[in-house]
Structure formats: structure tokens, C-alpha cells
Design a protein around this ligand. Structure first.
Ligand SMILES: Nc1ncnc2c1ncn2[C@@H]1O[C@H](COP(=O)(O)OP(=O)(O)OP(=O)(O)O)[C@@H](O)[C@H]1O
Length: 579
């Protein structure tokens, strides 16, 4: 919970000011029954009009002060809780951005969304409640008790008997409820995850007619959430009436003993009214304290879940300062030296003893069966993960010597699944370099063979792209992604199956243009298609996480059985093309 200290320091003055107004408001509530008792006992009972007017006016004044304080407290609590939530959300967002990829994998993206939205809102509601009722309830509760004792000490013994009983009930409620609320949040994560899965795969789900199946999956998670939520509220619904019953027994006892007192002439009617009023205020306060505990239990679960993220180790692997010694003599050179990598400790490595070298300006093709580790290899170059053994050199230097900004400025990747944002086409391309001129954008689009189709769009480069590029074809999205990577003018370009959705002719055009226009740029081309990589200077055949063979197309036809088989099935003439 340490991470909350910074917000406490930032907002404590306004928070304490809200509590100050709240205390005045509570004081105004507490004084009213006592004034009413005087109006009844000293005014009405003795037909004393001046007393009625005096205490009546005083009561009005105190109520007005209470109302002003309530407004001030409302304004302050609104401001403090809104700003606190806004800051917390922002800081959590920044923290999520700083997490290493393994941290994001571990926490899960759906859970991170729930933490950023639902959990922050819960903590905000609690903070707001703290300034509205939670402090007022104990103040009014203790004040009522004090005023009641002041009115009639003997009658107050009833209250002292009941209070410990109610306190025990509240503590028990909190202990039992807490695990339920934590489980509710976890169930909410699962509901969000199934929704996220559905939205990201909506087309495939429809094509495969799997909407019913997905609906069932959602229903299972939703039912679990409903079940857990109702179990959690059942606990609350058992305890609340028990607390109510205890308080009502107390009121009944007061009326009983008070009635006896009035009969014997030891108590006045006004005092009994005031006493029951205080009892009602006490009832209200206790109910509020109970609700506050329920809110606290929920907020505690959320505070801990946010804390899991806030206290998670940030990605501190990159050096903070530029290493002056990193010269550019070997611009674009890439060297894998016996790299072994596994995602989880004590698990079979995904990549084993990977060793190869790419000279500046060369193109390296990588081919292999599915799940053989091709994309993982690309992610290691960008340091999304670090190898367990071995090292990767880029531009002649260990990639661990580069700052995050430097490394990612020099290397651009076009991922398997192109990611486009809502906005115009030109904005999406310029996202790679926001300083790029229009000319550079057009040039990058031409190399990616995107310029022609973009100009045919209703508003050309200014045409709007829907969220995730819904209004574009797969091949169009891939070409815009390539243009976006090119505009960065990287030393090394990684195309991770980036032309899988374009036809063979366009694929060839893009490769030719890349070679002609960017002679100095090194290119790593991962593909399942032989046609995409067969002209590369070197081809790495990767199988089961190991390099099966390295060489040119012609060499591999004799040296790699996997490569030969793939060529035989893929190349258009049905046979094996040499050269
Ligand atoms: N974030 C991750 N956490 C754990 N395991 C992973 C992760 N990403 C990939 N893997 C595993 O690593 C192995 C290699 O995956 P990778 O994506 O590198 O294969 P690939 O050769 O690129 O496959 P494809 O051709 O299908 O894209 C697979 O077994 C996969 O399950």
C-alpha cells in the first residue's frame, strides 16, 4: 500500500479540509436533538414562547451552518477523489508501460484492464466515501453516545451493553467477506478476458460458426462471477439484519426503561425523544460503519491488485545513458552467438544454440515449421526478452549496451499481425516518425507498394482508418505497417511474416523495391513462404528451436530435408526451382 503515500501527500490538505467540514456537519447533526429536547421540555411543556423562538432560531442557524459545511465537503470530496483516481490511473498506465514483456504475460492483459478501470474506480469510491460518510459515521456514533450519556447516564448502560456486540459482528463480517470480494475481482478478470478474446477474433468466430460456443464460454465465466458476487452479498445480507436487530433491541429497551422513568417522574418526555433520536443517529452511524467496512473490504482487494502492478519490477534492463563508445562502423550487422532462450525457468528452451551472422546490408531469410521459434528470435533482437545463454551483437556491439530508445530507433519490426490505430492513413504511417515529411511518407508507401491503393481511397492519405484497420484488407494493413517501419529509416528491418496476406506478385515487388531503395539496410525476413526468402543472401532453417541449416537457396536444397520438402510443396511449378 506504500504506493498510496504519494497521493496522500498530494491531497492531504484538501482531504483534511473536507474532514473538517464533515466534522462541523456531524456536530450540527448532534446538537439538533438536544435543542429539540429543550424546545419540548422548556418551551412546549411550560408554554414558554420566547424559549421556543430562541431555541428554534438557534436550531435553524445550526442547520444552515450544517448545510453549508455539507456543500463544502461535497465539493472537496468530489475534487479530491476525482483527481486522486485520475492520477492513480495515469501512474498505473505508465507503470504498465514500463513492465517487462514477461510481466505483462504474467499479469495478463485482461486483468491489467480490470485493474486500470474497475479496481481504480473501487478505490476512488472508497476515498470519496471516506470523506462523505465513513468519518462522519464514527463521529456521529461516538458523539451520539456521548450526548446520550450526558442526557441520562443510567439509560446509556443499555447502549454500552449493545455496542461491543455490534462491533464484534462488524469485525466478523469483514473477516468472512474479504476472500469473497477478492474472488469476485478474479472472476471479473475472466469475464473481461473472454470478452477480449471474442472482440479480437470476432470474424474468425463468425466464419467458423462458433458464436454459440463463445457465448457458452462467456456464460460460464459470467455465471461464476454472478455466483461469487451473490455469495459475497449474501454474507453482507446476513450480517446487516443481525446488526439492525441488535440496535432495535437497544431502542426497545430504552423506550421501556425511559417510559418507566417518565412514569416515576425521573425523566422528561423531551429527553426521551432526544435519547431515541440519538439512538437513531447511532443506528445510522453503525449501519454506515458496516457499509464502510464492506466498501473497505472491496477497496482493500482492489488496492492490493493495483499494488501487485505498482510493486512489480519495471523493465530496468536497459542502460539509462547512451554509451559513447557505440560507433557505427558495422551499421546493420547482426550476430547471434550461441543463443539459448526459454520463456519460463526450468522449461525446455524455445531456442537452442542459435548461431549466425548477418553482414551490413544483407538480407537474412528465416524459415521453419510453425512454433519453431522464429518470432521469438525476432523478439530477442528487440530485447522483449533476454537470452538465458549466449549474446546478440548489433552494429558490432552487445544489444545490452544500447538504451531502449537507441535500440528501438535503429531496429524496426513489422509484426505478424499488423497493428493500426484509429486515425488517417498518413497519421498511421507517420506514427513511425512524427517528424517525417509528406514526401518521405509517400516514398515509404511506394516501397511498401501501398501508395497506389492509398491514393485510390476516398480521401487518399487523409482517409480514415477504423479501429484496428477494420475498413482495410489484410494485405493493405500489412503494407501500411511496412511503410510505417520504413519511415523510421532503421539500420535493421525485421519483417515477421509481414507479407503473408499479400499476393505473390506484390510480395515480389515489395522485396525488389526494398533491395533497390534501401541498399544499406539489413533485413531479417521471417516467412512461411519459400518465395519470400529464396533470394535472401542467407537463409536460416529453424526447426524445433534449433538451426537445421544455413545457406543460400541452392545450398539448402541439398542440405536441408525440411527446406527441400517445403520447396517441393510450395513452388508453383510443383518441383524444385534452383537459384
Ligand atoms: N509469450 C510467450 N510465453 C510462453 N511461450 C511462448 C510465448 N510466445 C511463444 N511461446 C512459445 O514459443 C514457441 C515458439 O513460438 P514462436 O511464436 O516463436 O514460433 P514461430 O516459429 O514464430 O511460429 P509461427 O510460424 O506459427 O508464427 C511456441 O511453442 C510458443 O508456444
Amino acid at each position: 500500500m506504500n504506493y498510496l503515500t504519494v497521493y496522500w501527500k498530494r491531497y492531504r490538505i484538501r482531504f483534511l479540509l473536507a474532514i473538517f467540514f464533515l466534522s462541523l456537519e456531524a456536530l450540527s447533526d448532534l446538537l439538533q436533538p438536544a435543542l429539540m429536547a429543550r424546545i419540548v421540555d422548556q418551551g412546549i411543556a411550560q408554554m414558554n414562547m420566547p424559549q421556543i423562538e430562541r431555541y428554534g432560531l438557534l436550531m435553524l442557524l445550526i442547520t444552515a451552518i450544517g448545510a453549508v459545511c455539507a456543500s463544502m465537503r461535497n465539493i472537496l470530496s468530489g475534487i479530491v477523489s476525482q483527481r486522486f483516481a485520475q492520477d492513480l490511473r495515469q501512474d498505473l498506465y505508465i507503470k504498465i508501460q514500463s513492465l517487462p514483456q514477461s510481466g505483462v504475460d504474467q499479469l495478463g492483459s485482461a486483468s491489467l484492464i480490470t485493474r486500470l478501470t474497475n479496481d481504480v474506480t473501487r478505490v476512488q469510491t472508497f476515498a470519496n466515501g471516506l470523506m462523505r460518510i465513513m468519518v462522519k459515521a464514527p463521529l456521529v456514533g461516538i458523539g451520539s453516545l456521548f450526548m446520550a450519556i450526558h442526557l441520562n447516564a443510567r439509560l446509556s448502560l443499555v447502549l454500552l451493553g449493545i455496542a461491543p456486540m455490534i462491533a464484534s459482528l462488524i469485525v466478523l463480517n469483514m473477516k468472512i467477506s474479504y476472500p469473497f470480494f477478492r474472488n469476485v475481482q478474479l472472476a471479473l478478470d475472466r469475464v473481461n478476458r473472454s470478452m477480449q478474446d471474442y472482440l479480437s477474433g470476432i470474424r474468425v468466430i463468425k466464419v467458423f460458426n462458433r458464436s454459440d460456443y463463445e457465448q457458452e464460454r462467456f456464460q460460464i465465466n459470467n455465471k461464476k462471477l454472478g455466483h461469487l458476487s451473490s455469495s459475497a452479498s449474501k454474507v453482507g445480507s446476513i450480517f446487516s439484519p443481525m446488526i439492525n436487530l441488535s440496535v432495535n433491541i437497544g431502542i426497545l429497551a430504552i423506550l421501556w426503561f425511559g417510559g418507566i422513568g417518565v412514569n416515576h417522574g425521573t425523566m422528561q418526555v423531551g429527553s426521551i425523544i432526544a435519547f431515541t433520536n440519538y439512538m437513531m443517529q447511532l443506528l445510522f452511524a453503525i449501519m454506515m460503519v458496516n457499509n464502510a467496512f464492506n466498501m473497505l473490504v472491496r477497496a482493500k482487494a482492489s488496492v492490493e491488485r493495483i499494488g501487485d502492478v505498482m510493486n512489480h519490477e519495471s523493465d530496468e534492463r536497459f542502460p539509462k545513458k547512451t554509451n559513447q563508445k557505440l560507433g557505427c562502423e558495422n551499421r546493420g550487422a547482426l550476430h547471434f552467438r550461441d543463443v539459448t532462450f526459454s520463456f519460463y525457468k526450468n522449461q525446455e528452451p524455445v531456442l537452442k544454440d542459435i548461431h549466425f551472422q548477418v553482414k551490413p546490408g544483407e538480407t537474412l531469410g528465416i524459415i521453419g515449421p510453425i512454433a519453431s521459434g522464429k518470432s521469438t528470435l525476432a523478439q530477442l533482437i528487440l530485447r522483449f526478452y533476454d537470452p538465458d545463454r549466449g549474446e546478440i551483437l548489433f552494429n558490432g556491439h552487445d544489444i545490452k549496451n544500447y538504451t531502449e530508445e537507441e535500440l528501438r530507433k535503429k531496429i524496426a519490426i513489422v509484426p505478424q499481425r499488423p497493428l493500426l490505430f484509429s486515425g488517417s492513413v498518413i497519421e498511421n504511417i507517420r506514427w513511425g516518425d512524427d517528424q517525417a515529411s509528406n514526401e518521405s511518407v509517400y516514398q515509404a508507401a511506394q516501397i511498401a507498394d501501398a501508395d497506389h491503393f492509398i491514393r485510390l481511397l476516398p480521401h487518399g492519405y487523409e482517409s480514415l482508418i477504423g479501429q484496428g484497420g477494420v475498413n482495410l484488407s489484410g494485405g493493405q494493413k500489412q503494407r501500411i505497417s511496412i511503410a510505417r517501419a520504413l519511415i523510421r529509416k532503421p539500420d535493421l528491418l525485421i519483417l515477421d511474416d509481414a507479407t503473408s496476406a499479400v499476393d505473390a506478385h506484390t510480395d515480389k515487388m515489395i522485396r525488389c523495391r526494398l533491395r533497390q531503395s534501401l541498399k544499406s539496410m539489413t533485413c531479417v525476413m521471417i516467412s512461411q513462404k519459400v518465395s519470400s526468402i529464396k533470394d535472401a543472401d542467407q537463409i536460416v532453417v529453424i526447426n524445433g528451436g534449433r538451426i537445421e541449416a544455413i545457406g543460400k537457396h541452392a545450398d539448402l536444397l541439398t542440405r536441408s530435408s525440411f527446406y527441400r520438402e517445403v520447396c517441393a510443396t510450395q513452388l508453383s511449378d510443383g518441383g524444385v526451382q534452383h537459384g
